[in-house]
Design a binder for this molecule. Structure first.
Ligand code: ADP
Ligand code: MG
Length: 437
């Protein structure tokens, strides 16, 4: 090699290692500088995948290092040996590879405490695949947004890079991966199968719990996994449980799945569910008042897909009856049974006696603290136990409007989170109300 000594090459490698440790891969030791002419340093890699990783992520790092080592302005060129280029022709990339749902984007994903970490990691991966969290493993039970996040990463990569930059992205369900593998074995076309998955820049496999007990597919995924991670390419996986909890998954896969970032999706809290309902309603062009969004979010607390289902039922009923979406219509659509047995006057009586105020004071306009708190508690319990709309409840308290009742409900809801004494008192009152029926 001309004009660059081994020592200088070692300096270059060392400089990259020290300055950009996150970019360095074990196989950097295999790189060889081939010539240095006209300020261009050519570095030979072992294969096209290595060249591509270096091109995407490391050009600047090597240029800086070579400049520091030689004291000259240097441009870097990475090249795979010619035979490797012939062996691996460019992959046809078709939309059939990416059955992505157009709605599953980051813009349409609502974040909350339940999914913040997984979302942040997904965004960072879409920005720079193969650099930070590799592999990235998302787990959570059904309907909590795994597929949505996985596909959002693919949309992000496609959007940022555009096809012409060649960042190929494969999204596949684990079941499809397994079926295609078995077909490839039977038809003797393993070469194409390998090429398809081992040459992707970003491989996303959904629902890997499907691998449970499938030994041969596990073996295949193991090799795919190694081929990709060794050349710095990104793998993203999802499952309905953590890697170690997938029944009969080989230990070597468990440890590889755990080697990057594992993030879980939890059940969303009420605020996040309300925000999701509102976002979905907007996307579908359905006008949903706040109390309806809250009704849906309260009724469906486990599965976000069911939140959408509830919204669709309400919309269908609204169209059928040619009526706007109101709390009452929503309640009918959802079959939410208003309690026939808990009556608001009963709640008022119990609250009045426990909190030492008169029932008439609860219904009065008085705003003294001594009366406001029991009144708020009363409205809160009415909402929790009767399923009546805020407006209906307001009617029992001197014709107050629904925002007053909504405010009262929110106030008590947040106070009882912190104030243990008040929480106990409210729980006792609710117990007594039920007993009074
Ligand atoms: P999983 O793959 O975990 O079973 P999905 O990703 O299919 O769940 O999500 C189910 C539905 O819920 C999808 O319609 C998805 O758009 C929606 N969803 C899930 N999480 C969110 C979120 N945080 N924001 C908006 N929609 C969400
Ligand atoms: Mg899914």
């Amino acid at each position: 090699m001309a004009n660059i000594s081994d020592i200088t090459w070692n300096d270059v490698q060392e400089h990259v290692r020290l300055t950009y440790p996150q970019l360095v891969r074990g196989w950097f030791a295999q790189l060889e500088p081939t010539h240095f002419e006209g300020g261009v340093l050519s570095i030979e890699t072992r294969n096209r995948a290595q060249s591509r990783y270096l091109d995407r992520h490391c050009r600047q790092a090597f240029a800086e290092a070579a400049q520091a080592a030689t004291g000259r302005l240097v441009t870097i060129e990475f090249a795979a040996p010619p035979q490797d280029l012939q062996e691996l022709p460019d992959l046809p990339e078709t939309d059939a590879d990416l059955p992505l749902n157009g709605d599953y984007t980051f813009d349409d994903f609502v974040t909350g405490p339940c999914n913040r970490l997984a979302h942040a990691a997904a965004v960072s991966i879409a920005d720079s695949p193969g650099v930070n969290y590799n592999p990235f493993f998302i787990h959570g039970s059904v309907g909590l947004g795994k597929t949505h996040l996985l596909q959002a990463i693919c949309h992000g990569v496609k959007h940022r890079n555009g096809r012409q930059n060649g960042q190929s992205c494969r999204y596949i369900s684990c079941e499809m991966f397994t079926n295609q593998y078995m077909e490839a074995v039977q038809s003797g076309s393993l070469y194409h199968f390998h090429q398809r998955y081992r040459d992707a820049d970003l491989l996303v496999i959904d629902d890997v719990q499907f691998l449970s007990e499938k030994e041969r597919s596990q073996e295949e995924l193991f090799h795919t996994f190694n081929a990709l991670t060794q050349s710095g390419r990104q793998i993203v996986l999802s499952a309905d449980c953590a890697p170690r909890e997938i029944p009969n998954l080989e230990e070597r896969l468990v440890s590889r799945f755990n080697a990057g970032l594992v993030a879980s999706l939890e059940r969303p809290c009420l605020e996040t569910r309300i925000a999701i309902v509102q976002r979905k309603a907007r996307a579908r062009g359905i006008d949903v008042p706040d109390d309806v969004a809250e009704l849906i979010a309260r009724q469906v607390d486990r599965n976000i897909r069911e939140l959408e289902g509830a919204l669709i039922r309400i919309d269908a009923m609204s169209q059928l009856e040619n009526e706007p979406v109101t709390y009452d219509l929503a309640r009918r659509a959802l079959g939410a049974q208003p309690s026939k047995v808990v009556a608001i006057p009963t709640i008022m009586e119990v609250v009045a006696s426990r909190m030492e105020v008169k029932v008439t004071s609860l219904q009065s306009k008085s705003r003294t603290k001594h009366i406001t708190l029991p009144r708020h508690v009363c409205m809160y319990i009415a909402r929790e136990l009767t399923g009546k709309s805020f407006d209906e409840i307001g009617g029992f308290f001197g014709g107050r409007d629904h925002t007053t009742v909504l405010h009262a409900h929110r106030t008590i809801e947040s106070r009882i989170r912190e104030d243990v004494e008040l929480r106990q008192q409210v729980q006792e009152i609710m117990g007594s109300v039920r007993n009074a029926i």
